[in-house]
Design a protein around this ligand. Structure first.
Ligand code: UDP
Ligand code: MG
Length: 310
């Protein structure tokens, strides 16, 4: 029997590219000897994306459309795609053609040759993106690896191939805040890299301005590392130790008369500000984790589907 493949494409306000994306993906799939499907997730787009997808799905029954009740974000959109996969293989790809669909045959070949469960695509270069984005992404992935309990491959996005065993394990994950590339690494099995050049966005605007980049980065950190909490504890130990040393020093100073207690304003101010800062910082770190707990305990669904086509 032929193997089956789904292409998962999250879309948010992508009216300017979505048709081209469909055509390019379709052209690639037509040349493959696989039973293939395209799953578009319309993440509450405010433009014509849904109407265009409806039109595409009308003409092509291999195209499935999942439409959210509002914008839930890129990660929930990809998660919905994976949740709806019933194929042997799936490839996650962005709608903006930054990850060229023409690489799909090579990715499949690599999977076949290596008998891999995951082929994650590593960006050798990224054109059309600002220095700041490149630099911050580099720094972030390296820091995350230092802090996290799982090791993540560097310079990868969600562009990757996963097989049925990964899909099965992914679908057992209950957390609502999913950092997908992290979770897939976490699952394990055989994961191999595929190197490629990332293109510039074909048209339209990026939906990952600084605010969203920070949100994704803190999600990765909070869900995959307890190091910030350990750091808070270490800071606490450090300040207790310092406090004990200072207390002994001044106590003995008083007894043996080698300190003059009056001249102390500057040192007191410095200590108060410094430790006040440490306290607020560590309470803040705690607060971040409590926020995540709060969200997870509520256990709201990760996304809400308004409509499904095909
Ligand atoms: N996306 C989405 N929901 C969102 C934001 C983005 O489904 O809330 C999709 C978007 O349509 C695209 C992919 O996620 O297919 C990646 O977004 P984008 O290309 O804007 O990010 P960048 O490549 O600039 O990091
Ligand atoms: Mg993009």
């Amino acid at each position: 029997m032929k193997k089956s493949l789904s292409i998962i494409i999250p879309c948010y306000n992508e009216e300017t590219v979505i048709r081209t994306t469909y055509q390019r993906v379709k052209a690639v799939l037509d040349d493959l000897d696989l039973q293939s499907f395209i799953i578009f997730i319309n993440d509450g787009s405010l433009d014509n994306t849904f109407a265009i997808l409806q039109e595409i799905a009308e003409a092509d029954k291999q195209v499935k459309v999942i439409s959210f009740s509002r914008n839930f974000g890129h990660q929930p959109a990809v998660a919905a795609g994976i949740n709806h996969c019933t194929t042997d293989l799936a490839i996650i790809i962005d709608a903006d053609l930054q990850d060229p669909p023409e690489l799909i045959p090579d990715i499949l070949k690599l999977q076949e040759a290596e008998q891999a469960n995951v082929v994650y695509c590593v960006r050798k270069s990224r054109s059309g993106e600002g220095k700041f984005k490149l630099w911050s992404a580099k720094l972030f992935y390296r820091t995350l690896n230092k802090l996290s309990e799982v090791q993540f491959p560097l310079d990868t996005g969600d562009f990757r191939l996963i097989d049925a065993s990964i899909i099965r394990e992914f679908n057992r994950m209950k957390e609502t805040g999913k950092y997908i590339r992290g979770l897939i690494s976490w699952v394990g099995f055989k994961q191999v890299p595929f190197y490629y050049e990332r293109d510039a966005r074909l048209a339209g605007k990026t939906k990952y301005p600084l605010k969203n980049m920070i949100r994704l980065a803190s999600k990765a950190l909070l869900y995959f590392s307890k190091k910030p909490l350990q750091l808070a504890t270490s800071l606490g130990f450090f300040s207790v130790l310092l406090g004990v040393i200072l207390a002994l020093w001044y106590l003995f100073g008083k007894i043996f008369g080698y300190t003059h207690a009056e001249t102390g304003w500057t040192s007191i101010m410095i200590i108060v500000i410094f430790f006040g800062g440490i306290q607020l910082l560590t309470i803040g770190v705690l607060g971040q984790y409590i926020g995540v707990l709060f969200d997870e305990v509520k256990a709201r669904p990760e996304y809400i589907i308004k409509e499904e086509i095909n």
